[in-house]
Design a protein around this ligand. Structure first.
Ligand SMILES: Nc1ncnc2c1ncn2[C@@H]1O[C@H](COP(=O)(O)OP(=O)(O)OP(=O)(O)O)[C@@H](O)[C@H]1O
Length: 229
C-alpha cells in the first residue's frame, strides 16, 4: 500500500537530509507506528505520502503508483483516498460536528442523500451519537479528536495518517482514541501513526518503525516504544 524505496529528502537550504535512504514497505491493512526523537523525520515521511513534499532521491509509491510522477491534477484524487488526523484536531470552529464531517463529503462531490446517511453512521461509529448539533468548542478534547477521525474516515479512505493524534489528550482519553483507530484499521484501512506517546505504543503492540537522524533504526513487528520491549 505504501512503499519507500531508498528515499532521501533534503529540504532546500538545509545541509543535512531530513530522511536518508529510507526503505519501508507497508502492506494494505497494516497498523504502523512511526516513532523517533523530535526532528527524526516522522512528519517528513507522512508529508511524502501525501505528496505535500517530494523526495530528493528515491521513490514513494502509494497504492502501486509512484506519486512523484503523478500529474498535478491527480494529486487531489490521491489525497481524497488518504484521511488525516492531527494533534490539534483542525476542526472548523464555526460549523457543527455534523457539518464538519459533512464538509469532507461535500468537497469530494457526494450527494445530499449519501451525506445524510453516512454522517450519522460515522458519528455513531466514533461514539458521538447525539452530538452532531454541538459546536466543536462545546466538546472535550477527546470528543473533538473523534470528530476529526470521523471526518477523516467518512470517505472510507484506503489510508489513515495520524500525526500525534493523542498529543493533546490525557492517557485515559488516548486509550479510547486508540481503540477507535484500531477499529478503523480492522475495516481494512491502513493506518500510519507518528507518535511520541510511549504508553500508547507499548499498549497496542503493533509494528514499530523507529527513525533517528532521518534513518530507519528499527522496524519491528509487535514492537514497543523503546527497543528493549
Ligand atoms: N519545511 C522544512 N524546511 C526545512 N527543514 C525542514 C522542514 N520541515 C522539516 N525540516 C527539518 O527536517 C528534519 C526532520 O523534521 P520532521 O518534522 O520530519 O521531524 P519529526 O520527527 O516529525 O519531528 P517532531 O517529532 O518534532 O514533529 C528536522 O531537522 C527539521 O528541522
Amino acid at each position: 500500500m505504501i512503499r519507500f524505496e531508498k528515499v532521501t529528502k533534503t529540504y532546500p537550504g538545509s545541509g543535512k537530509p531530513a530522511l536518508e535512504q529510507m526503505s519501508v514497505d507497508v502492506e494494505k491493512g497494516e497498523f504502523v507506528f512511526l516513532v523517533g526523537q523530535s526532528g527524526s523525520g516522522k512528519s517528513t515521511a507522512l508529508r511524502l505520502i501525501l505528496r505535500e513534499t517530494r523526495p530528493t532521491q528515491g521513490r514513494v509509491y502509494v497504492a502501486g503508483k509512484e506519486i512523484n510522477r503523478l500529474a498535478g491534477w491527480k494529486v487531489p484524487r490521491l489525497r481524497r483516498q488518504i484521511g488525516t488526523v492531527f494533534q490539534d484536531f483542525r476542526l472548523l470552529q464555526n460549523k457543527t460536528v455534523s457539518e464538519n464531517v459533512a464538509f469532507a463529503m461535500q468537497v469530494t462531490g457526494h450527494n445530499r442523500g449519501e451525506i445524510a446517511k453516512r454522517v450519522p453512521e460515522t458519528l455513531e461509529l466514533v461514539g458521538l451519537d447525539g452530538k452532531g448539533d454541538r459546536m466543536p468548542d462545546e466538546l472535550s478534547g477527546g470528543e473533538q479528536q473523534r470528530v476529526a477521525i470521523a471526518r477523516a474516515f467518512v470517505n472510507k479512505p484506503m489510508i489513515l495518517i495520524a500525526d500525534e493524534p493523542t498529543g493533546n489528550l490525557d492517557p485515559a482519553t488516548s486509550v479510547g482514541i486508540m481503540k477507535l483507530l484500531d477499529r478503523i484499521n480492522r475495516t481494512g484501512t491502513t493506518v500510519v501513526m507518528a507518535t511520541h506517546d510511549a504508553g500508547v505504543v507499548d499498549q497496542m503492540r503493533k509494528r514499530v518503525i523507529e527513525l533517528g537522524g532521518g534513518r530507519v533504526l528499527r522496524d519491528q513487528v509487535q514492537g514497543g516504544y523503546g527497543a528493549q520491549l
